[in-house]
Write a protein of this length. Structure first.
Length: 196
């Protein structure tokens, strides 16, 4: 039964060698968590991205907010995320709001996320499925853009963790219109998670 859930992201990742890629990027995410009391943490999560074969820094988003354990299987989080992005040679600032509800059960987790851009009002629903075995994580995340009215992004990934560090590969697929072809991007992922 588990193989039917793993088949789609595995197929996307292993078939990616035959795809034509728009770019290769490097993404890094650093998670800093501070326990406030039992079941409550405050998190600061800066995310940096580099494009043009990982040579040009173009993106910084910093998630800030509480992470709450509701019980042994359910978690919630609320983040405000200032975002700095480079487009056409100039930098712009935006602010995003996130509401996460996460279900975890052994090797499986499912995160439902609502993301709203506070300046443009664009609302996106994101659903991330993860399967973990040992140090390996296999994941797939879908993005439904309510303003566009269709799934405009998908991310399939595989990663390996050692202690606080993780290294992975992500296949990013995006489309500008419902009828457009997918645009593929190779992404190398680096991660660090620290409690302080």
């Amino acid at each position: 039964m588990i193989m039917k859930y793993l088949a789609y992201p595995l197929m996307l990742i292993f078939c990616s060698a035959s795809l034509s890629f728009a770019d290769t990027e490097l993404w890094s995410m650093f998670t800093f968590q501070h326990p406030v009391k039992d079941g409550l943490k405050i998190a600061i999560i800066p995310e940096l991205r580099f494009r043009n074969n990982a040579s040009e820094w173009y993106y910084l988003r910093t998630y800030i907010g509480p992470q709450i354990s509701l019980d042994k299987s359910w978690e919630a989080a609320v983040y405000l995320a200032p975002n700095l992005g480079k487009s056409g040679g100039s930098w712009t600032t935006s602010y995003l709001y996130y509401l996460d509800l996460i279900y975890k059960n052994g090797f499986f987790s499912n995160r439902a996320r609502l993301e709203e851009n506070l300046l443009s009002g664009v609302l996106v629903y994101r659903n991330s499925l993860q399967f973990k075995t040992g140090n390996w994580t296999l994941a797939d995340e879908l993005f439904y853009n309510f303003a566009k009215g269709f799934l405009d992004e998908n991310r399939a990934s595989i990663s390996y963790s050692i202690g606080a560090f993780s290294l992975g590969y992500l296949l990013r697929m995006q489309k500008a219109t419902a009828a457009a072809d997918w645009v593929y991007t190779n992404v190398a992922n680096l991660g660090l998670k620290v409690n302080f």
